[in-house]
Design a protein around this ligand. Structure first.
Ligand SMILES: Cc1ncc(COP(=O)(O)O)c(C=O)c1O
Length: 274
């Protein structure tokens, strides 16, 4: 079920710049028993993205009211919220900056993945497709996702749950649909995203709550050799919550106690639904 600019509909204009150029942003939001999880954080990232792209961000109350117009509960559901720059003619130059963006809200069923993944962990691979750097686009969740699509086309084995993506300097950035964390001793670290990657909502939640759990946090660039020397590795996003990693290519890991603790804390604080 979809709402387009506040009305039930399932189509948009063929002139929409989201279609022509990927000129827009999106958020994927977990809904638990009618409640959108981390709503403030999702809206904040959307607003930051609007700022970077020069889009006019709809007021928080308007987007929240539209989200509430959809039949959200009970149980778990997903809302995908898309903002595009709206309709334009041919050519890249955007129309006047203060045109209201197109708002598309879609309600989706919760994705079916193995219920074992958050407990026993997942097997992942390293993708050949690289992420290009662009500080203007780094961190925001813009609609241009061709790099992730090329990377996701690299494998079809059902037992491989995710692929890691590197930049052109061989630094690990993130998964195709998730952020990566590593733990050694009581050090928790995750790749810096100043050149590329999506600054995930759950990544942000983890970085904020980790010190209270007794973890030191670090954000820096590192390559794949680091993965050989860490105790625990996990992936996160708004829908998967946390997946411990049990294998990257030939390297094996045990789903560890810190990963379990972080996941339990996120569930307790209603930041993730699974
Ligand atoms: C490329 C990419 N990185 C990271 C994430 C994690 O983002 P979030 O925690 O906001 O769901 C996603 C989520 O879909 C993603 O597509």
């Amino acid at each position: 079920m979809f709402l387009v600019n506040g009305r039930y509909a399932d189509s948009i204009s063929v002139l929409d710049r989201g279609l022509h150029y990927g000129d827009g942003l999106f958020e994927t939001i977990a809904i638990l028993n009618g409640k959108p999880l981390c709503w403030e954080e999702h809206y904040q990232r959307l607003a930051q993205g609007c700022d970077r792209l020069g889009l006019c961000c709809p007021p928080v109350d308007q987007l929240y009211a539209e989200l509430r117009q959809l039949p959200l509960g009970p149980g778990r559901n997903v809302i995908k919220m898309i903002l595009t720059r709206g309709q334009g003619g041919r050519g890249y130059q955007p129309p006047a900056a203060d045109l209201p963006p197109t708002r598309i809200l879609g309600l989706y069923p919760w994705p079916e993945t193995s219920p074992e993944y958050p407990v026993t962990g997942v097997k992942i691979r390293i993708c050949a497709t690289r992420l290009g750097g662009n500080t203007q686009l780094a961190g925001i969740k813009h609609l241009n996702r061709l790099e992730q699509i090329l990377a996701r086309r690299e494998w079809s084995e059902p037992d491989i749950a995710e692929g890691l993506m590197l930049d052109h300097q061989d630094a690990i950035v993130e998964g195709t649909m998730s952020n990566l964390f590593c733990i050694t001793g009581s050090d928790l670290f995750t790749p810096e995203l100043s050149d590329c990657g999506v600054a995930g909502i759950i990544r942000g939640c983890i970085l904020r709550l980790a010190p209270a759990l007794g973890l030191k946090t670090r954000i820096f660039k590192f390559g794949r050799t680091v993965l050989a020397a860490v105790d625990e590795v996990f992936l996160c996003n708004s829908l998967i919550g946390i997946w411990p990693v049990r294998q990257i290519e030939e390297q094996g890991y045990q789903p560890g106690p810190w990963t379990k603790k972080i996941r339990q804390e996120l569930i307790r604080r209603e930041m993730i639904a699974t």
